[in-house]
Ligand binder design. Sequence first.
Ligand SMILES: [Zn+2]
Length: 210
Amino acid sequence: MEYLDLSPYDYLGFPLPMRTVGWLGRRYGVQCASMAPMAGAELEQLKAISRRLASRTLGWHDCDFCGAFEGNGEYHYYLPDGEIYAAPMMILHYVEEHGYRPPRELRDGLQAAGQLRWDRRAERLHSVLLDQSEELEFRCHAAVDLANWNDPRALDALRRAAHDEDLVDVAGDEIGRSLAAFVDRGLARDLLAEDLHDMVRYGIDEASSR
Ligand SMILES: [Zn+2]
């Protein structure tokens, strides 16, 4: 799949509107390659917010320019200005190997990313996660992305999700990875003593062992 940067994202269903960055291919080539390559602190900031993959089981992306393959999944960048950018896992490869430079809209928000205030996006993901009438796929996305908010409301919803059988069956490990982020933040130390499903515990252990 190839998009011009900042196009509306429509590759997979998602409960919030997103815009695309780094979906490169042969048609448009390496967008913005003529500008100075991304390096130094800016590149480190992009890497720092590219730790957690979303939509890991769907959508394969190889590099059209050199054939490299780095696996599948997407990064979702939640910026404080309210925008969400979706990038394929290959974005770091494009930046480091092919001189791709993400658009200013994303670069300008990198530094502040990761310090999100509870907002309408968080409210939406929170309600999708806990609403059993929502599509299971949407609820799985919400379980991954809600961990972007270092907020007790997100933790509370994820703890409840960890005891929702339908959700745990398909996304128990992702719920565990999200909960592990709160353990890291010191917000959920009592969690480890809780009676959790094996898949949830597996996700916590996997995230903690990195
Ligand atoms: Zn390549």
